[in-house]
Each structure stands twice: as C-alpha cells, then as structure tokens.
Design a protein around this ligand. Structure first.
Ligand SMILES: C[S@@+](CC[C@H](N)C(=O)[O-])C[C@H]1O[C@@H](n2cnc3c(N)ncnc32)[C@H](O)[C@@H]1O
Length: 250
C-alpha cells in the first residue's frame, strides 16, 4: 500500500514534532558537537550556517564556543523559542524564516551544516538536490560542509512498520510504509496528549551513502568523507547514522 503525503507536510508536522527534541540526550549532542569541531576544524570567530537550525540544539553550544551562527528554519515557533534563548544568553545568532530550498546566501560561510535528518523532505528529487546546491552556494570557496542523517541501508535491515513511544508526556504512534519505487518512507504519526489525538504524516526520501556522495559530487563538492558514528565507524548497514563531510574547492 502506498501512502500519500500533503504538499508542505512539514508546516503542520514540525509544529507537533517539538517533543522529539527531548529524545536526543545532552550526552549525544555533546559528542556530536565535539566530533563536528574536530572534523570541521571549527575555530573561534568562524561563520557557520545551520540550515535548518530547529531550536538550536547544535547551534547554541557552538555559539557558546565563539562560532558565529546564522540559522534558517521553516517553523516560526522554533525560531521564536531560539531567539528568546539566544537573547537571554547574549549569543548573537542571526535567524531567517525560510524554506531551505529558497536560501540566497552566496560565498558567505566558513562552514555549513544540515543536521539530524533534515534532508530528503521533498517529493521531487530535484528539490532535494536543489537544497544541496543552495548550501554549496552559501559556502565560501574552501569552506566545509557537514550533513548528518539516517542511513537508508540501516533502515533496510531494521525496518519496523509500527511502533509507539512516549516522549516528554506525549504518546507517539508511528506507522510507516516504505516505497521501493522512489526510496521514500511515508509515516503516519498519532500524537496523543491529555487524551487528545492529532494525526500527521511525514515524507522522507531515504538516501544511501553512495547516492548522496554522487549528489554531492554533482553539486561540486570535493574531499567527500563519510562516517557511521562519532567514533568514526564506517557507514554500513549496521550503523543508523551517516555523518558526511565535504569541501567546496578554493
Ligand atoms: C529534525 S529537525 C533538525 C533540527 C536541527 N538541525 C537539529 O539538529 O536539531 C528538522 C528541522 O527542519 C525544519 N524544516 C522542515 N522543513 C523545512 C523546510 N522546508 N525548510 C526549512 N526548514 C525546514 C523543521 O522545522 C525542523 O526544525
């Protein structure tokens, strides 16, 4: 059975997604940040575009280390929450409310990141490629790129059609269908809180490492290097995550 998703599904979906941020522990986030700093050779005063930035999970700790952050996101409530947090902490984070396909930065940033499976949201493959093109364009010549996302090959080994969990007081039921014609996963979510249920659907085009590598090459990236974990395991079907680094040539 093929499931359908509404166009612009992310607008409604991410409004309900907020409890999911509590799923990633500070320990995991700190290990990721350490890994990014090391692999990207991030230094005080460098500029970093976090697209999409969410609620600043990675951006706030980087800003605290003196990295100059710019963030883009589609969700006004996340941007509002982040603006409040960064103002309070006196962290100068610049925020833009924008679709990631429409960013217009050119040769601006030392580093660009697309983190925590923030990729593959568009039903047209050309739109997903467009995101990579825009992120590439935003980098200065010689700049560094990182994308971190779920690994399709792990999904193939571990696919589960239905599951449920409770996160931050919200019961979340997920029902997934994988479409082999276009390597997408359409998931129906039921978010249940205080006896009220809200049902939403997400669409993610799933990518294997070799496919992403090809796309990055098409866009112009060089020195593409991928890891299956922050401890530099290889990308294979046993590792859920992919951390892929690449450079924009000088
Ligand atoms: C899984 S979260 C990751 C957030 C952040 N990168 C992190 O690591 O915590 C995905 C983010 O993508 C944003 N998003 C979804 N669709 C978008 C779009 N079309 N353009 C820009 N941002 C989008 C959501 O609002 C959400 O903040």
């Amino acid at each position: 059975m093929k499931k359908k998703v509404t166009t612009d599904w992310w607008n409604e979906f991410f409004a309900e997604f907020r409890p999911f941020f509590a799923k990633i522990s500070a320990k995991v986030t700190n290990a990721e940040i350490k890994f990014y700093i090391n692999k990207l050779n991030l230094k005080l005063g460098q500029t970093f575009l976090d697209c999409p930035i969410g609620i600043g999970r990675i951006a706030i700790p980087l800003a605290k280390k003196g990295i100059i952050i710019t963030g883009v996101d589609i969700m006004p409530s996340y941007l509002g929450e982040l603006a409040e947090k960064s103002n309070k902490a006196k962290l100068p984070i610049k925020l833009f409310h924008q679709d990631m396909r429409k960013i217009v930065f050119e040769n601006e940033f030392d580093v660009v990141g697309n983190l925590w499976t923030s990729f593959g949201y568009f039903e047209k493959d050309a739109d997903n490629l467009l995101v990579l093109k825009k992120l590439y364009k935003a980098l200065k010549p010689g700049g560094k790129f990182v994308i971190q996302l779920i690994n399709r090959d792990w999904i193939m080994k571990n696919f589960v059609s239905n599951n449920w969990e409770e996160v931050a007081g919200v019961k979340i039921l997920e029902s997934r269908v994988f479409n082999y014609e276009n390597s997408s996963c359409v998931t129906d979510y039921a978010f249940i809180k205080d006896g009220e249920e809200k049902t939403l659907t997400s669409y993610i085009r799933m990518y294997s490492y070799h496919e992403l590598k090809q796309m990055l090459e098409i866009v112009g990236f060089v020195n593409i290097d991928g890891y299956g974990s922050v401890t530099e395991e290889p990308i294979n079907r046993n590792n859920r995550e992919m951390f892929i680094f690449a450079d924009k040539p000088m």
